[in-house]
Structure formats: C-alpha cells, structure tokens
Design a protein around this ligand. Sequence first.
Ligand SMILES: *Cc1c(COP(=O)(O)O)cnc(C)c1O
Length: 228
Amino acid sequence: MAEASPAAADMVDSSLEERLQAFREVLPPTTRLLAVSKGHPADLVRQAAALGQRSFGESRLQEAVAKQEALADLPDLDWHFIGRLQANKARAVLRRFDTIHSVDSLELVRRLQRIAAEEGLAPGILLQVKFRPDPAKTGFDPAEIRALGPDLESLQPLRCLGLMTIAPLGLTPEARLELFRECRALADALGLHDCSMGMSGDWRDAVAAGSTWVRLGRVLFGSRPIQA
Ligand SMILES: *Cc1c(COP(=O)(O)O)cnc(C)c1O
C-alpha cells in the first residue's frame, strides 16, 4: 500500500494526520472510526488511507463508485454505505460495499437477502432505528426491532451486526445521551455487538453510551466541498 501511493503520502495534509491521530488516542479500543468521505474527493481518501485509515463511509452510490474506481489501486479499503438506500440501488450497493449501516425497513432486508444470495455475497448490515420522531429520517421503530428479535439470527446470507441510529437535531446533550443509551441497551438485549452512532456534533455522547462505530465527516475532513 505504501508503495502504491507515494505521491499521496507526500501530499498528506498534516492537520488530517493530527486529527486522525487525535481520534485514535481519544476513542476507546471498542469504538472504531468510520471516516465519512462523502462530499470529499478521492484524493482525500487516499491521503487518509496513507495514514492508516481503512474504513470509509459514503452515502451516495454514484459518488462512491467514482471514488472507488479512482482508488482501485488500494485494494484493502473497507467501504460502508450509510445513506438512504433506494430499492433500485440495492444490487449495486451490495456489489460495492462491505457493510450497510442504513437498512431501514423489513422490505429492504428481504430484498438485500434475495440479491445477496443471488450474488453470492454475505454483507454485514446494521438496522437503522428511529428512537424519536424525526420526519427527516427513516428507520425501524424500536418495537419492530424487538419483535424481530429471534429472526435477527436468521437473515442469511446477511450478517446482522447491530443497530445504527442518528440523533435528531435539537436534542439537549442529556436527551442525546439517553437516546444513545437506549440504542446500546436494545442492541445488548438482542445480543448484537455493533452500535453505529455518533457524528461530528455528538460523537462524545455516543462513545460514552457504547458506540462501536462513530461516523465522522466534518471533524475529520472539514466542510464538504462537493454538494449532494
Ligand atoms: C454525513 C453523515 C455522517 C457524517 O456527518 P458529519 O456531521 O460530517 O460528521 C454520519 N452519518 C451519516 C448517516 C451521514 O449521512
């Protein structure tokens, strides 16, 4: 990998290096860093990869595919899909991503199962849960997830790794912490390891509540130059 990208290594932005290093120091060993590269060019992903970052999050298929093609010489990147997943993009997302954090309905679960089986894939998935009313977001109701309980073991060929949640805007820090704790408690009750929670504005609370994946964009890469 080092040989594959000497130019990128030379051009590494020292502040990106410092920020990555700072997160490595501050995150507990049980919390992994998903570097959210949406809105940023492939070159920035290359720089982060040269600094040892492996897992990247993208939320738009077309943008992600262009980046993955530009970075095809870096075979060991771990791509996570974190955006709203339209049914007609399911096959392409399955082919392109190792893990999907934003599985937000049973209908989508069934479709992903069918297509993954056809494609011979066994992707990791996280079920997106909506713990508070939020018209801006989709997701399962916590009661729906509880009812699924035993079935979560048998979503083959999908591997259900855990839950994902996004805190609505405007919560107090206390209310946010409580929401993240609910997510952790629900995952624990179902025997699921992962909780993907925490973004640039609320990752500390998410980590305190037991996040296993923080999804960080702006605090790592700065504001996004590429518009949706
Ligand atoms: C964009 C995005 C992030 C990262 O957001 P930042 O505020 O830039 O850290 C995390 N999760 C999801 C689902 C996103 O769409």
